[in-house]
Design a protein around this ligand. Sequence first.
Ligand SMILES: Cc1cc2nc3c(=O)[nH]c(=O)nc-3n(C[C@H](O)[C@H](O)[C@H](O)COP(=O)(O)O)c2cc1C
Length: 225
Amino acid sequence: MSIFYQVRREYDLTGLSESDLTASPYELFETWLNQVMQIEAIKDPTAMVVATVDSTGMPFQRTVLMKSVDETGFVFYTNKLSRKGQQLAKNPKISAIFPWLAAERQVCITGEVELLSASENEAYFSSRPFESKIAALASKQSQPIENRDILENKYQALLSEYQGKEVACPENWGGYKIIPSSIEFWQGGEYRLHDRFIYTLQQDENSSIEKSELDSNWQVARLQP
Ligand SMILES: Cc1cc2nc3c(=O)[nH]c(=O)nc-3n(C[C@H](O)[C@H](O)[C@H](O)COP(=O)(O)O)c2cc1C
């Protein structure tokens, strides 16, 4: 047995107090994101781990890159026929975590996804380097493949086919916006007395307005560490 009882450290960089809280959690999120983007040890500040569930309720998590955020949610792009895409088609519930460990911070989100429109997908897809567009065409993400050669041959064939041509966004590729119902901020504290604040979206049940267009109303609570 390998034991890691001593693999531990103090979290004492800073605190998070009531006076740091903003009315909208997005404002605090953007402040934290801007701060962690300055930390060299955090190589992928926009990386988040997203969990989805299958039809039995079994969760699965994987890292994706958040490509945009505003007051309506957090966007990532993927293959809609991938495992996550198939799971989200059946159950749009999702959780996400930004694990900013070098900053002794994490942000944990729960919510549901909405699909982006074809024009939004195209806008991001067109910004990708040519090779990344071709890779998106070449990979049936999450499907088994016999060996790497088959994949590389397909990639090379598509590279030649599309040389000098526009690569349109494939229909099965696109963005998901996480519409949060809660956003929790965690800042490591001395002696394991961490600071935690959870924002919860208060929704007007009778509203006919689309969730993402609601003038959001957040309640915030401090949680015990
Ligand atoms: C740092 C990092 C960033 C990633 N970004 C993405 C991404 O933006 N979109 C994506 O589809 N997969 C991304 N991946 C790969 C996913 O983690 C995952 O392997 C893939 O999406 C298939 O997941 P699924 O089979 O659960 O659908 C990334 C992986 C890492 C480690």
